[in-house]
Design a protein around this ligand. Structure first.
Ligand SMILES: *Cc1c(COP(=O)(O)O)cnc(C)c1O
Length: 308
């Protein structure tokens, strides 16, 4: 892209993505899924997926089947898991492309199985357990019997079982350990009945770093892949690097006298003569309107003043 003609653009450092995946492999000592849903958290799904695989990720995680199909069509070479629900009318795409899908209800499972059987190709599924998130998933108490029942459906290959944490980015709270305990009860029954699937997974970025016992066979890293801290309480080690930089140009610089208002409602008033720059970014670009933002001007931190 010719940035000479751009007033505002994003720069994505794929070297940072590779670095972050290597950090995750080193910390977790297990397999890494790069979560690249939602256009790679805005970084570009395909490019991020390729960089992550180069660095050693063996899975990509998506929210929707459409995203997985797009990666598969682009020839991205790794296991693909759709973590949201897939409509049965669309499941043929997953079967034909060996895309793994998430299962958490009997009706969809039956529909999927019938179509897989009709096509003569098994569908790879991961069963989701709701250990406390309160969204998708079978409750832990019903998990083992549900999986036992799934095994009676021809056409399905039960490759994984997983859960998702609600508050792993608040590591001092007991919630994540409680969720893990409930998930482990289901796992224990599965193990005793010889039904433990090959891929057990639970950890998002925050849990990967703060809850070692959540790492199991695979971790699912979104924010950490992009070098973003899960929260103030769950910071990444400083070996991680942010991949995205948002750039723009100064389109005006001028001296305003003391007591001069700046921008809408004059919420900022100069206290002395001040040098005020204007940039080619507005809130339509996603720049937050709230006060207290800052920008880097040739690498130096400067406050954003006035309402954006
Ligand atoms: C988005 C998502 C993730 C990634 O979470 P991060 O906090 O960004 O690491 C992991 N698992 C599931 C099921 C998700 O939907």
């Amino acid at each position: 892209m010719d940035i000479d003609n751009c007033t505002s653009w994003l720069e994505i450092d794929l070297g940072a993505i590779r670095n972050n995946i290597r950090q995750l492999l080193q910390i977790s000592k297990t397999n890494v899924m790069a979560v690249v849903k939602a256009n790679g958290y805005g970084h570009g799904m395909e490019q991020v997926a390729r960089a992550a695989i180069q660095a050693g990720a063996t899975w990509c995680g998506l929210a929707r089947l459409e995203e997985a199909v797009q990666l598969h069509q682009a020839g991205v070479n790794c296991n693909l898991l759709v973590m949201g629900h897939t409509r049965p009318s669309f499941i043929r795409e997953a079967i034909a492309r060996q895309i793994h899908v998430t299962v958490f209800d009997a009706q969809s499972a039956q529909d999927y199985a019938a179509q897989a059987q009709a096509m003569g190709i098994p569908l790879h599924i991961h069963v989701k357990i709701d250990s406390g998130m309160g969204r998708l998933g079978i409750f832990p108490e019903e998990g083992a019997s549900f999986i036992r029942w799934l095994h009676t459906l021809p056409g399905l290959e039960i490759d994984g079982v997983f859960t998702h944490f609600a508050r792993a980015d608040e590591p001092s709270l007991p919630t994540t350990d409680q969720q893990l305990d409930r998930f482990c009860q289901t796992l224990q029954i599965l193990e005793q009945s010889g039904l433990r699937p090959k891929w057990v997974h639970a950890a998002n970025s925050a849990a990967t770093i703060y809850f070692p016992r959540a790492r199991f066979d695979l971790i699912r890293a979104g924010v950490a892949t992009y070098g973003l801290h899960p929260s103030k309480d769950a910071m990444l080690p400083d070996t991680f690097r942010p991949a995205m930089t948002w750039k723009t140009r100064l389109t005006s610089v001028k001296r305003l006298p003391a007591g001069h208002g700046v921008s809408y409602t004059h919420r900022y008033i100069t206290s002395k003569e001040e040098l005020i720059g204007a940039t080619a970014i507005g809130y339509a670009d996603g720049f937050r309107r709230r006060l207290g933002n800052f920008a880097l001007l040739h690498g130096k931190r400067v406050p954003v003043v006035g309402t954006v």
